[in-house]
Ligand binder design. Structure first.
Ligand code: SF4
Length: 461
């Protein structure tokens, strides 16, 4: 079951998950707890940690933010030297404790736990086949199919089982799996979701984003390659190519919005790429204005780029209330609009009597932009120009990102003129797809399907 679209209050695409694995460090679970804090922006609905303690596997999971779901004092008391963790935003399967990850269970070779970021495309057929063979499924997620694939008999280790599973799976995945003596991390052959590797305190870490390594005071080693399996044990790491790499198709939205600006993904700084998006946006759409104001937080780097390129002064004219949750549930459109006012307010002196350029990273439904522009005008702005540091989102995502359905995407249902009228801006301009690719750089192949409708990993089977 997928959460009803109208129940989501956010007017942004939502990330599906973040994963982390740590091996070779005592009290690994408590390090994973800190690492999950650094990944909190990738999912706020549930969090979980699985760790090996002696002959046993201990799993702690709960709903909400990491600090609500798992108490640090609980994981501090667990002494094992291997652990994995997960933060979740549900795109497949309801937001419930049974679907919280890591998913875990007992199997022939002991205990197994798994945490997954992404969305698989062919699990319906695999699930049906397994059910016909007698398998029982407890959760509603595609990730549960993964655990069954890894637990199948006939393999000497989970690396072997993982390599076989990767030849059968289609879709987007960066994942970590833990058994009694190792962590296995894998990235799909298109590298659609990020995954990087680091070293610290004589041990090893894999994580969705490099900002985790900074929190752990770990040294970044490299990104996990598309199709690669990296095995982490307390005594070292090893790598095999699980399945042939296809062309890199990393989610372009990682650079636009999802990833933390201090992360470096596939060799490209997120902050620098966002800054370039703003610079190129000015080259494509120069506007005569008095002030450039970002929509915080993800519009800040783009706005700085636009301000630097144009020479127009930069001002933090929108103030964010940091204590309002990012995805709390709002049942009606009216309350959604009220929620924008609760979350963002206008600094009147920054906009009064001025021609304002507002810079946002993306527009999905357009409802937040409309409300923001109304608020800026109410504080006396002479003109309001909305500059969007990514192309129009015209197609839904099938790879684990909640972009809303086509009928809710304003760029899919409105012309550019109609969008401008709906949000009541003096102008609204989007970065071109060429500009986006240029901002990210030639070295990184990206999936840009929600902008151009070309789906590199195919469709759900
Ligand atoms: S369709 Fe869009 S959101 Fe989905 S993976 Fe591709 S770029 Fe990312």
């Amino acid at each position: 079951m997928r959460m009803n679209e109208s129940e989501r209050w956010s007017d942004k695409p939502e990330e599906s998950c973040g994963v982390v694995g740590i091996a070779g460090v005592q009290a690994a679970a408590s390090y994973v707890w800190y690492a999950l804090q650094a990944l909190q922006h990738r999912g706020q609905e549930s969090a979980g940690i699985a760790t090996v303690k002696g002959d046993d596997m201990v799993v702690a999971k709960g709903m909400g933010l990491v600090s609500e779901a798992i108490s640090l004092s609980r994981v501090r008391g667990i002494s094992g030297d291997m652990a994995i963790g997960h933060v979740r935003y549900s795109t497949v399967g309801a937001s419930s404790l049974e679907n919280a990850q890591p998913l875990s269970g007992k199997y022939l070779r002991g205990s197994l736990a798994l945490a997954h970021n992404g969305q698989l495309l062919n699990t319906d057929a695999i699930r049906r086949k397994m059910m016909l063979e007698g398998a029982l499924f407890q959760a509603q997620t595609d990730s549960e199919v993964l655990t069954h694939l890894l637990a199948r008999p006939g393999f000497g280790s989970i690396e072997e089982a993982m390599a076989q599973a990767m030849t059968e799976l289609k879709g987007s995945y960066s994942l970590v799996a833990l058994d009694m003596d190792r962590i296995v991390a894998a990235r799909d052959p298109y590298g659609n979701k990020p995954l990087c590797l680091g070293a610290f305190k004589g041990g090893w870490a894999v994580a969705s984003e490099s900002c985790v390594l900074d929190v752990l005071d770990a040294r970044w080693i490299r990104d996990v390659e598309p199709g690669e399996i990296v095995t982490l044990t307390p005594s070292g790491i090893r790598s095999v190519q699980g399945v042939k790499a296809e062309r890199l198709a990393l989610c372009a939205f990682e650079y636009v919005y999802f990833a933390r600006p201090d992360s470096v993904i596939d060799g490209v700084s997120v902050m620098e790429s966002r800054n370039r998006m703003g610079r190129i946006l000015y080259e494509e759409y120069p506007v005569d204005a008095d002030v450039v104001i970002p929509v915080p937080d993800s519009g800040i780097a783009g706005a700085l780029g636009y301000a630097h390129a144009s020479g127009i002064s930069f001002d933090m004219g929108l103030v964010k209330n940091r204590f309002v949750g990012r995805t709390f549930i709002k049942p009606s459109q009216a309350e959604r609009l009220q929620a924008v006012q609760l979350k963002l307010s206008v600094c009147g002196s920054s906009v009064e009597g001025k021609k304002v350029v507002l810079v946002d990273d993306s527009i999905v439904r357009g409802t937040t932009s409309r409300q923001l522009i109304r608020m800026v005008r109410a504080h006396g702005a002479k003109e309001v120009h909305l500059m969007v540091a990514s192309p129009p989102v015209s197609y839904p995502c099938y790879y684990g990102i909640d972009t809303a359905s086509s009928s809710e995407l304003i760029a899919a249902t409105h012309t550019r003129k109609a969008i401008r009228e709906f949000i009541d801006a003096d102008s609204v301009c989007h970065l071109s797809l060429t500009g986006l690719r240029k901002s990210i750089g030639e070295s990184v192949g990206v999936c840009a399907a929600c902008f151009d409708g070309s789906y590199p990993l195919g469709f759900k089977e």
